[in-house]
Design a protein around this ligand. Structure first.
Ligand code: FE2
Ligand code: FE2
Length: 246
């Protein structure tokens, strides 16, 4: 890193008087999170009603509703943090393109198993990001990060349970369908961490808004996901196939 900044010394307790570069990185990072998660609050037809109708058992429906309710609260966190920084999450904000394509895949899901895959991959990535913010340099974000991190871990575990239940219920047909879907969801999951060579990730690290690089996070994520797939006796897809970023 070029600048000699000790991240442990950087602390901002409020939105007032933030350095320009820091503020712009913070707004960018929170905007990505808010664009993604505000859909739970603002597009309940897609993020609640559709999956509730697809969920095959009362247990699946109840777990999905609890997950959705956490996400609506997360949306409120990002909205408040952004509003304090002068950014309003309104219709115009929400009309910007989805920053991560796995969220579009969720909306196109035709089968319940895809909601399991979504939480298995996307909420797990959410947990990785939440972990980056625990103890981060922007105190209003650090204050909620621990809770967000723990809840995202819970959502990732929900995704795993949902897949396991599906496999138990559907047998060989379910297994084949899961393997077929994984060919799309596995690369999308790894792609969530962005380009390994992007410059901005190091700016985030420099300012104490993140700790790990994209590549480091993706490697840890891949190992975790592979271990879980092996536990389900599902073959691990080739991590280089179908990828848009690396
Ligand atoms: Fe969330
Ligand atoms: Fe989540």
């Amino acid at each position: 890193m070029s600048d000699v900044l000790n991240t442990s010394e950087i602390r901002f307790s409020s939105p007032d008087g933030l350095p320009e570069e820091y503020k712009s990185l913070l707004v960018r990072m929170l905007s990505i999170q808010s664009r993604i998660e505000s859909e739970y609050m603002l597009a309940a037809d897609r993020t609640l009603m559709k999956p509730l109708a697809l969920a095959p058992t009362p247990e699946d429906k109840a777990e999905y509703a609890a997950f959705w309710s956490d996400e609506v609260r997360h949306a409120s966190y990002w909205m408040k943090l952004l509003s304090d920084l002068g950014v309003t999450v309104d219709e115009k904000f929400m009309s910007s393109p989805m920053p991560i394509y796995v969220f579009e895949m969720r909306d196109q899901a035709a089968d319940w198993i895809e909601y399991g895959l979504f939480s298995f991959f996307a909420d797990r990535q959410g947990a990785y990001m939440g972990y980056e913010w625990v103890g981060c340099s922007y105190e209003p974000l650090a204050k909620i990060a621990d809770r967000v991190h723990k809840e995202e871990l819970g959502h990732a575990a929900f995704g795993y349970r949902l897949i396991r239940r599906y496999l138990q219920r559907e047998g060989e047909r379910g297994r084949e369908l899961l393997i077929k879907h994984l060919a799309r969801w596995y690369p999308a999951g790894l792609d969530m961490f962005g380009q390994s060579g992007s410059k901005r990730q190091y700016d985030y690290v420099k300012w104490g808004l993140r700790r790990r690089s994209n590549e480091q996070m993706r490697d840890e994520f891949t190992e975790e996901v592979n271990t879980l797939l092996t536990k389900l006796d599902i073959p691990i897809p080739d991590p280089t196939v179908g990828r848009r970023f690396s």
